[in-house]
Design a protein around this ligand. Structure first.
Ligand SMILES: Nc1ncnc2c1ncn2[C@@H]1O[C@H](COP(=O)(O)OP(=O)(O)OP(=O)(O)O)[C@@H](O)[C@H]1O
Ligand SMILES: [Mn+2]
Length: 269
C-alpha cells in the first residue's frame, strides 16, 4: 500500500524543472539548493530569482497559469517538448497548496503568452478582448457564425488611420472591456461592419471604424480577406495589436507588426 508521501514523491519524480508561482521570499529561500532547474513565475521578480518568467496577469484558472508560464519558459529556451516540470502553486489564493506535474508540449506554444507580455496595451486588456473573441467564436451571434475585428492599443494613431462607417455608439462614453455589460455590447455590435478600436488601458474608443492603413509590405497568408488584411496592416502602421475573429472559418487570429502571430480554434481553446 502506498503512503501519501509516496504518492507525492511519484508526482515530482524525475522532473526537469520546478516552477514556483509567486512565492514569498522565505518560501523561495527553501528551494535555492534544489537539484532541478528552479523557475520563479510571478508578475515581478521580487525574490530576486536567477531564473524568472514574467506572468503579467493573475489567471484565476490554474490551468491557464501553468500553460502560459510554460509557454513563456519555452519562448525563453528554458524547456522544450518532452521535458517534465512540477508546478508549485496556490489554487485557493493563500499559501502554496498544489503541485501539478506537466509534460511540456509544442501545442502549449500558442503565441498567447507573447501577445500578453509584448503588446503595447495592458496585458489584462489583451486578455479581455481575446476572451470576447473566443467566446463569440464559440457561440456566434444568436447561433450564427459572426466575424469581428478588434484593434487594441495605440488608439490615437489607429483613429487617424481610419474613418467612421456609422455613428459611434461609444462616443463620450467611458466604458472598458472586461466589464460584463460591455462584453454584451461588443457582441451585439459585432454583427455590424468595421472594427472596434480599444485604447491601451481598455477604453472602447469606437465601433464601426473602417481601417485605411497602407497595405504595403504586409505579409499575410493568402486566402484571408479584407478584414484580416486591414487588421494585419494597421498593426504595421501603428503599435496596435489586432485580434480578428473570422466569420468564414471561425478561427481567432492576432496580428502584430504586420504579421500573423497567433491562430486559434475557439472550440479547442
Ligand atoms: N478596412 C476595413 N476596416 C474595417 N472593417 C473591414 C475592412 N474591410 C473589411 N472589413 C469588415 O470585414 C467584413 C468581412 O470582409 P471580408 O469577408 O472581405 O473579410 P475576411 O478577411 O474574409 O473575413 P471573414 O473571414 O470574417 O469573412 C466586412 O463586412 C467588414 O465589416
Ligand atoms: Mn470573407
Amino acid at each position: 500500500m502506498a503512503t501519501l508521501s509516496e504518492l507525492l514523491a511519484d508526482l515530482v519524480a524525475d522532473v526537469d524543472g520546478v516552477f514556483l508561482f509567486s512565492p514569498s521570499g522565505s518560501y523561495y529561500e527553501q528551494f535555492t539548493d534544489l537539484e532541478e532547474d528552479l523557475v520563479v513565475v510571478a508578475p515581478e521578480n521580487t525574490v530576486g530569482a536567477e531564473t524568472f518568467v514574467e506572468l503579467p496577469l493573475e489567471f484565476d484558472n490554474v490551468r491557464d497559469r501553468v500553460k502560459f508560464s510554460i509557454e513563456g519558459s519555452m519562448d525563453r529556451g528554458l524547456f522544450e517538448e518532452g521535458d517534465v516540470v512540477a508546478c508549485v502553486v496556490s489554487t485557493f489564493g493563500g499559501d502554496i497548496d498544489t503541485v501539478v506535474r506537466v509534460r511540456v508540449g509544442e501545442s502549449m506554444r500558442s503565441g498567447v503568452y507573447d501577445l500578453f507580455v509584448n503588446s503595447r496595451a495592458d496585458p489584462g486588456v489583451i486578455r479581455d478582448v481575446f476572451e470576447v473573441a473566443i467566446e463569440l467564436g464559440k457561440k456566434g451571434q444568436k447561433g450564427k457564425p459572426v466575424g469581428a475585428l478588434f484593434v487594441v492599443g495605440d488608439a490615437g494613431k489607429v483613429m487617424n488611420k481610419s474613418r467612421p462607417l456609422s455613428y459611434n455608439p461609444f462616443e463620450k462614453s467611458h466604458v472598458h472591456v472586461g466589464d460584463p455589460i460591455v462584453n454584451v455590447m461588443l457582441k451585439e455590435f459585432s454583427r455590424l461592419d468595421g472594427a472596434f478600436v480599444v485604447s491601451d488601458s481598455g477604453k472602447i474608443v469606437s465601433a464601426y471604424r473602417y481601417l485605411e492603413p497602407s497595405a504595403e509590405g504586409v505579409d499575410i497568408p493568402k486566402g484571408l480577406g479584407a478584414r484580416h488584411m486591414a487588421g494585419g496592416a494597421i498593426t504595421r502602421d501603428t503599435n496596435a495589436t489586432a485580434i480578428v475573429l473570422s466569420e468564414s472559418d471561425g478561427l481567432v487570429r492576432a496580428f502584430k507588426g504586420g504579421k500573423l502571430v497567433l491562430e486559434i480554434d475557439p472550440e479547442e481553446y
